[in-house]
Write a protein that binds this ligand. Sequence first.
Ligand code: PGA
Length: 262
Amino acid sequence: MSSTLPTWVIANWKMNPTTSTTVSELLQQLATTIQQQNYQSNVVLIPSFIHLNQVAEFIQQNNVNIGLSAQNMCAYRGDNGAFTGEISAQMLKNIGANYVIIGHSERRQYFDENDEILSQKITHALSHDLKVIFCIGETLQQYQNQETLQILKNQLAILVNFQQQLANNNPQNPILLVAYEPVWAIGTGLTPTVEEITNVHQFIRQTLSNMQLDAPILYGGSVNANNAQEIANISGVDGALVGGASLVSESFCQIIDAFDKK
Ligand code: PGA
């Protein structure tokens, strides 16, 4: 993907913040800076389910240029049905979400989401017009055993089933984004070296291309205001998926700044 394409800065709030008052404050601060700075990057927020509607209404009422994503989605049905506790792709679309994260390592690790479940989710997301932010990444042990590339290749393999739908993935308005997030870098303050990120992103792009696919490739894992510029400068990094540092408006906007200059 060439540097003339838009960059992405995506805030994964995870199970935060705990009150809607804090969400309001964060939104207000973010919107003020985003409107002042007139960023060219695509900014997407991923609140918890309970705050999705609040964020959707805020975006609509303030006419602020922010995309909205869900953190999860029902694997079993795309529309509705007897699945207590679940939220469907159709419900998300209806509330104003345009994206959904699929395959985040916390879902793989704590909720046993395997390739079959992830494939079902991708099917429902695409059929309900939700863009997929597909996360992949190796654990510390896999990294230490130098298995990273093989693991990523295995995780990417399910996308071959979506070749047809994803064939014309338009980089200006993609329906698939891939986020490389080494599990050992998430929330730890550790990041791979510039060289490692460069090589891995190249490998992901090549693996996608072998399946006749293309997508923006984001880096995630301990991106913060201090390392954002260095990461943004890496060729082949089309954006960032940010956890902890996205909960503070100032640091998140500094990260957008860094990618906006790319
Ligand atoms: P982190 O999380 O930025 O807090 O490391 C990233 C993620 O899990 O998406």
